[in-house]
Design a protein around this ligand. Structure first.
Ligand SMILES: Nc1nc2c(ncn2[C@@H]2O[C@H](COP(=O)(O)OP(=O)(O)OP(=O)(O)O)[C@@H](O)[C@H]2O)c(=O)[nH]1
Ligand SMILES: [Mg+2]
Length: 274
């Protein structure tokens, strides 16, 4: 199973990832700024299968505001979940739904597309204890105490919602509850994974980089061949030049010798005349 954890900064994405892994592998801190800045991938096991979990930075992050940076992280996240995620956990803090959260949901919808994407999503409210201290169920909390945007995203996810308390100690039971919900979704989708354009873009990026690597290698090989051929040509030219030089000097020796001979002959004939 391959899972992407997405949502607003500070909602508890990294804490949820740790709950699933039952280990503190992801940095989770109280902070007024975003803690996770890059996607991180970890692997755990569930029912003899490996489960890949990718934690992401908040998609509302002010420092990630520039859309291309968010896109880059989305591509990284999808690449880490190759050939594509089976589930997206949209993490929300039940205590907050302000402009940031609204912006985050809009960004998510923008980045992943609409209808098809929500087939792979589950809304996860962290701080379960606080919800269940005040309401009988998460459904009651949603119907009585959330705004229309939250209701809307829950509806888009076909009412797939769960609550998690990350601050209690790790437990096998909590891990199982979460992963069973994801397994149900995966079975419902017949093990299909999210086939979004970003997944394709990520693959194209990867293929391009492989192609670039192969091309670089090819260019280096060709350069080596050219270098060798150049050396051979230079050597041949040198030899040719040396041969020519040798011939030239042989000829000039012959010439000098010939000149000397003819000169002697001339002299002797002149002497003879005289
Ligand atoms: N009470 C309570 N606090 C939680 C829960 N989950 C997370 N927190 C706290 O919320 C704060 C932020 O949690 P993170 O896991 O760092 O949040 P994040 O979504 O990964 O934040 P970024 O990495 O900044 O995007 C931390 O202090 C957590 O301890 C929860 O279920 N209950
Ligand atoms: Mg985080």
């Amino acid at each position: 199973m391959r899972i992407a954890i997405i949502g607003v900064t500070g909602a508890g994405k990294s804490a949820l990832a740790n709950t699933i892994l039952m280990e503190k592998k992801f940095l989770s801190l109280p902070s007024c700024e975003s803690v996770t800045e890059k996607c991180q991938k970890e692997i755990t096991r569930f029912e003899n299968r490996s489960v890949v979990v990718v934690d992401t930075p908040g998609f509302n992050d002010t420092r990630m505001e520039k859309r291309h940076l968010i896109k880059k992280e989305v591509s990284t996240c999808i690449l880490m979940l190759e050939p594509g995620p089976h589930a997206f956990l949209i993490v929300l803090n039940p205590n907050r739904f302000l402009e940031e959260e609204r912006k985050c949901l809009t960004n998510i919808e923008h980045l992943f597309g609409a209808k098809e994407f929500y087939k792979f999503c589950i809304v996860v409210f962290t701080r379960e204890k606080e919800i269940l201290d005040a309401f009988r169920s998460v459904e009651e909390f949603i119907s009585r105490n959330t705004c229309s945007d939250v209701k809307d995203v829950v509806r888009k996810c076909s009412n797939r919602v769960m609550t998690v308390e990350n601050l209690t100690p790790f437990s096998e039971l909590k891990k199982e509850l979460i992963l069973n919900r994801i397994k149900d979704l995966t079975l419902k989708n017949r093990e299909a994974y999210f086939p979004h354009i970003y997944f394709r873009t990520a693959n194209i990026l990867k293929r391009n980089s492989e192609y670039a690597k192969a091309s670089k290698q090819k260019i280096e090989e060709l350069q080596n061949i050219i270098d060798e051929l150049t050396k051979k040509i230079e050597k041949m030219e040198m030899e040719k030049y040396q041969k020519q030089n040798q011939k030239g000097s042989e000829i000039s020796v012959l010439y000098v010798r010939e000149r000397k001979k003819t000169g002697v002959q001339k002299e002797s004939s002149v002497c003879g005349i005289l």
